[in-house]
Design a protein. Structure first.
Length: 814
């Protein structure tokens, strides 16, 4: 015999019930079918009783809703003539329900016994309708009320099965009947007095397992709305996939730790008879599904799955009076057991100073009362502290039979979680090592599951989540480059870049599953909300995605104030904005400290020389033990562009204007022309070389006339460039008379640095520096006579974007 159970979704609509009938029709041997209530109906029944208890008459609306669901199913499953009787039967049950609900409301009392009667109606109605539909489809089906065969104790909502009696009843019922199909409502049972009891939420799986056991079935099929038991809850981990084969023990651990696809008690009755379980998808019957049997597939991954339980409370009992005193744990567990509280997780510090236990957070008040009462005497004597309760927690667990013979799994689990800023509150590893579990904050569940899933199951593909502020010239190019390179990076470097948020100064736009980059500008414009920097950071932190990177493509002085907040939340920062690194040394140092502390890269290669690998080279020199003795550099692509084009044909003011139009200057050209931009760059190189310098340690001999320096606004400044054209022409002529070119040079030697315009003779490496190029000469202990030279385009949106892109990829290789 085959036993097949169809869950709530599988029988949730007429369309799905038709699929079920088709699946049953294809069975070649006698089959017992167990059905749940129509999906969601059990919840509605509970909601209605809760309302009735609160004297809230809206329960009537819910009953109407339940009626509508069932009537719709009937109308779509049965021919018109047969509908009336079937509807009348359902209406009869629902009238009874209404009466019960009214009395609850009147008496203001709801016992477990009455609750069981109410929730049982879901399965009673569904099995009745499905039976009618089966008969309609020429299936020789017999409906058996599970309450007549499955006998239990008096625990109405979570009843304990009397297996001996149940087995006998089932044998009698099945043995004497030659039907092709036996149909049972799941979930429901009865006690010795024939009152309705239920087997706990999700209990239809268990009904099916009990029947499989009694009938000695050759297989138990669980038909649901997913294609098997997945490596993690597929609703939370998009990359999760069905596990092909898994052992009973592994399935039991996964379901105990929250894999709802199988109700935990289901496994024991089939395990006793070594009956395999096959989990299948009603909505996609051709999918292979998951086979649960004695041995798990050894060739698969060592970790079989990751599961989690939300709404956990952690109880900590501690105190000096606990050390070496026998019986404390016994009393603690006794106090919990007395109240029927289920312990899900235990750790005890080896000093015996504290014991930590995780339970359902619903039960935490009850637990506190009971435990504090048990230890009342010790608490008064200050030997034991009152029970500490922490809520808003969750348990995540790695499960696998073969984890015990592999080293490093827990190490990897905790380092991956740590790297993603998931704080671990408690850890437990069973001595059988089939399960390693940890208590974490509820808010971190999705991130933790995805992080662990990526680490243990995915083809080492690392997903990087980008939050980009500034999508103008540079940012726009960056998005274009990301779009073009996405496939290459995925294939060759196993990096998946996802742009989750973009913002300009007016609008910001978030999409947690990634923004489609082909029309990001339209989406930002049309679907974006009002830009708000703090709001942007809050939202980014709220999403709590792994490998998050905050990218600052602005020159805005408010954005860098937010870096510390990002880094402290383990969010990497990539900035072409140089304000942070050239601000007060303490601030620069603090950001570096946070980056180390929270293992969040802080990268700013484009602060100096756009995409040129200047900072990276410098870092490598220092890391390998070299020492910088001198730097000579042309670091302003903008000034180089300006002086290269200021050749006597075009006035200085025009050249500056053109540089601005072509995107080679900062939005405020004074920052370039005053030399401040170059000062910031050489300062950053000095700091990266290990010096504790400040901006005002750098000498700046400005080439600007006083009137330009005094100008308050950008237009006023540009105006002075016209009025002072003689001043600029003289600068050029002076250089030309010495057969030199004008270059704006930054120098560092012996702890001192300066920036300024210099006359560069023909034989100097700077003389032929074209267009907007940059050049840096590093003199070091190893590069004494011939400097290490880095040269190339040092400004422009394209090269800057590629430098930022490089940093983003570097965050992925941390
Ligand atoms: P049914 O109504 O068929 O009994 P359930 O809702 O009880 O279905 O169980 C199926 C659901 O279990 C899936 O839709 C999925 O959301 C959830 N689930 C949680 N963890 C897992 C997992 N590891 N594998 C598969 N499904 C899971
Ligand atoms: N209908 C019950 C519930 O929702 C039992 C089941 O579906 O397994 O809990
Ligand atoms: Mg279920």
């Amino acid at each position: 015999m085959i036993v097949s159970k169809f869950g709530g979704t599988s029988v949730g609509s007429a369309e799905n019930i038709k699929r079920v009938i088709q699946i049953v029709k294809e069975k070649k041997e006698q089959t017992a079918i167990v059905v749940s209530a129509l999906g969601g109906v059990t919840n509605l029944l509970i909601e209605a009783s809760d309302l009735a208890l609160k004297n809230d008459l809206r329960f009537e609306k819910i009953v109407d809703q339940i009626e509508k669901r069932h009537f719709e199913a009937i109308e779509n499953l049965l021919p018109h003539d047969n509908q009336t009787n079937c509807k009348a039967e359902v209406a009869k049950k629902l009238n009874q329900l209404k009466e019960i609900l009214h009395s609850i409301s009147l008496l203001n009392d709801l016992s477990d016994k009455t609750s069981a009667r109410i929730v049982s109606l879901g399965e009673i109605m569904s099995s009745f309708i499905i039976h009618q539909a089966m008969l309609q489809n020429a299936l020789n089906a017999t409906l058996i009320d599970s309450r007549e065969v499955i006998k239990t104790d008096d625990n109405y909502l979570n009843a304990e099965v009397d297996f001996e009696l149940t087995r006998k009843n089932l044998k009698d019922a099945l043995g004497s009947n030659s039907a092709e199909v036996f149909l049972f409502p799941g979930f429901i049972s009865s006690n010795q007095s024939n009152e309705t009891t239920t087997l706990g939420r999700g209990g239809s799986d268990y009904t099916a397992a009990i029947i499989a056991n009694a009938a000695g079935a050759n297989i138990l099929e669980i038909w649901t709305d997913v294609s098997g038991m997945y490596t993690a809850n597929p609703k939370l981990v998009r990359q999760a996939y069905p596990i092909e084969e898994i052992s009973y023990q592994e399935a039991m651990e996964l379901s105990h730790f929250g894999a709802k696809v199988l109700y935990p008690p289901t496994i024991q009755p089939v395990l006793d008879k070594r009956i395999p379980i096959l989990i299948k998808n009603t909505l996609s019957a051709k999918d292979k599904g998951t086979l649960i049997a004695e041995k798990s597939l050894v060739s698969g991954s060592t970790v079989k799955g990751i599961s989690h339980i939300e709404d956990i409370a952690l109880l900590t009992l501690e105190g000096n009076g606990m050390v070496g005193v026998p019986g404390i744990s016994e009393r603690l567990f006794g106090a919990l057991a007395k109240k029927g509280i289920n312990v899900k997780f235990i750790t005890q510090a080896s000093s015996e100073h504290s014991i930590c236990i995780a339970i359902d957070s619903d039960e935490s008040d009850l637990a506190k009362k009971s435990v504090d009462q048990e230890f009342e005497f010790e608490i008064i004597q200050h030997k034991v502290n009152p029970l500490i309760i922490e809520t808003e927690l969750a348990i995540i667990a790695l499960v696998g039979d073969h984890m015990k013979s592999h080293q490093g799994i827990s190490g990897r689990m905790f380092s991956e979680l740590g790297a993603n800023n998931v704080n671990i509150r408690a850890i437990a590893q069973g001595s059988t090592e089939k399960n390693i579990s940890a208590v974490i904050s509820k808010n971190d569940v999705k991130k933790a599951l995805n992080t662990l899933h990526a680490a243990f199951f995915e083809d080492q593909i690392k997903q990087i989540n980008l939050f980009i502020v500034g999508v103008g010239n540079v940012g726009g190019k960056l998005l274009e480059q990301i779009k073009l390179q996405a496939d290459y990076l995925l294939e060759k470097q196993h990096l998946q870049l996802r742009v989750v948020a973009i913002s300009n100064s007016r609008k910001m736009f978030f999409r947690s599953d990634g923004i489609e980059l082909s029309d990001w500008a339209d989406q930002l414009e049309q679907q974006g909300e009002k830009a708000d920097l703090e709001g942007f950071i809050d939202k980014m932190k709220g999403l709590n995605l792994r490998n998050s990177v905050f990218v600052d493509n602005t020159a805005n002085d408010r954005v860098p104030d937010l870096y510390a907040d990002c880094l402290s939340d383990s969010i990497a920062v990539v900035a072409c904005n140089k304000i942070a690194c050239s601000s007060a040394f303490d601030n620069y140092q603090h950001l570096k400290y946070l980056s180390r502390k929270y293992n969040a890269p802080f990268l700013f290669e484009t602060n100096v020389g756009a995409g040129l690998p200047i900072i990276d080279t410098l870092n490598n020199l220092i890391a390998s033990g070299d020492e910088i003795t001198e730097i000579q550099a042309v670091l302003s692509g903008s000034l180089n562009f300006v002086f290269n084009h200021f050749n006597g044909e075009t006035p200085f003011s025009e050249v500056v204007k053109r540089a601005g139009e072509e995107g080679y200057t900062e939005p405020d050209p004074r920052i370039d022309l005053s030399g401040v931009d170059v000062m910031r760059k050489i300062l950053i190189l000095m700091r990266e070389s290990g010096l504790q310098s400040e901006l005002n340690d750098i000498k700046n001999e400005s080439f600007l006339p006083q009137s330009s320096l005094d100008a308050d606004t950008v237009p006023d400044f540009l105006e002075t460039l016209i009025t002072e054209s003689d001043h600029f022409n003289k600068l050029r002529e002076a250089a030309e008379s010495e057969k030199c070119r004008l270059k704006y040079v930054a120098s560092y030697k012996d702890g001192k640095a300066s920036v300024g315009l210099q006359h560069i003779p023909k034989e100097h490496p700077f003389y032929n520096l074209d267009g907007k190029d940059n050049i840096v000469l590093f003199y070091t202990n190893r590069y004494k006579d011939q400097p290490l030279i880095i040269k190339g385009a040092g400004a422009g949106a394209d090269v800057t974007a590629s430098g930022i892109f490089g940093d983003i990829i570097r965050t992925g290789n941390k």
